[in-house]
Ligand binder design. Structure first.
Ligand code: 2P0
Length: 303
């Protein structure tokens, strides 16, 4: 266990949706996230027993395409003449189901490389390396973080005890990767410019709301930002949606709870699952009420 490096998932309250630059990876708009300490990946690297690089997720040997993808990323920052390696990774997050497994996986991988290859990088350097593997992973290094258009990552402080659970709609691997979906929206979505403008404003408002400890404002921005991001998919060519009927049912449940004075808000990423944001001190009540209305799986994300 000791030799594993841990990386955490994070969920954006103001989303990253679109690359202004691919090399280096820079977002169109500043974005901001909350780390989910219960959703993590752990990774270790060993010398390969064969004469090729190997990659395992949850004991499953990954195919050539996946190995190539991960190796071409790590070759950007590990020594060129190296021995073949075996990357062993476990996800406590369903893989590629819009539950941010790429952010936890990339953070764990970057830390594991730092250890195995004795790179001795600082956290700031590792953050910058991670974002080249998966943009959102750079935010996982801090409990709350913002990632700005110039590539810098800042820790955000809050006095609020923000917490999250997931109403699981579907744990399967999504059909379209967030990278490809994002790219399709950047290049074809007719409301993409509107999204970028709104997200920039949301970011400023969100930082104010966090400074004011104004949870209602934080929640409202979180919901409206998520809906705006998802609306770009509907105006893409061809149009598509990550959300299913069950996602909309889950959103209705959140609204119903709110009406009954259980304050909580929804957000969704590149998948159908619905994340619910609330204050930790209300967790017991919210969980009890939500359980009456949502019969499928619920994942508690924060300690
Ligand atoms: C986010 N997502 O802010 C947004 C919201 C998904 C929806 O960042 O292409 O895997 O590797 O930089 O980081 C997921 O995108 O994309 C993501 P790449 P990444 O969390």
């Amino acid at each position: 266990m000791d030799s594993y490096s841990i990386g955490y998932a994070n969920i954006a309250l103001v989303k990253y949706w679109g690359k202004k630059s691919k090399n280096p990876v820079l977002p169109f708009n500043p974005n901001l996230s909350l780390r989910l300490d219960n959703l993590y990946s752990k990774t270790k690297i060993e010398k390969s027993n064969s004469n090729e690089d190997e990659f395992y997720i949850n004991d499953e040997k990954q195919n050539f395409e996946e190995v190539t993808k991960i190796i071409s990323f790590i070759e950007k920052f590990v020594p060129k003449n190296r021995e073949k390696i075996k990357i062993i990774s476990y996800n406590a997050v369903p893989t590629a189901a819009g539950l941010s497994s790429s952010s936890s996986g990339t953070m764990a991988l970057v830390l594991a490389c730092n250890k195995y290859f004795n790179l001795n990088k600082t956290t700031e350097q590792l953050v910058q390396i991670a974002k080249e593997g998966s943009g959102s992973s750079c935010r996982s290094f801090y409990k709350m973080a913002s990632w700005l258009e110039d590539g810098s990552v800042e820790e955000i402080k809050t006095n609020l005890n923000l917490a999250m659970l997931v109403l699981v709609v579907d744990e399967n691997r999504k059909k379209i990767s967030s990278r490809n979906a994002m790219e399709l929206c950047v290049t074809t979505s007719t409301n993409f410019d509107y999204w970028v403008q709104k997200a920039k404003e949301d970011f400023v408002e969100m930082k104010n709301a966090l400074a004011e400890n104004n949870f209602s404002k934080i929640g409202k921005i979180t919901e409206s930002n998520a809906l705006a991001m998802h609306s770009t998919t509907k105006f893409a060519n061809p149009p598509f949606s990550f959300l299913t009927d069950d996602s909309y049912n889950a959103m209705e449940i959140v609204k119903k709870l709110r009406k009954n004075d259980y304050e909580c808000y929804f957000t969704m990423d590149a998948g159908p699952n619905v994340k619910v944001l609330y204050l930790k001190e209300n967790e017991e009540n919210i969980y009890r009420e939500i359980k009456k209305l949502w019969t499928k799986k619920i994942i508690m994300c924060t300690e």
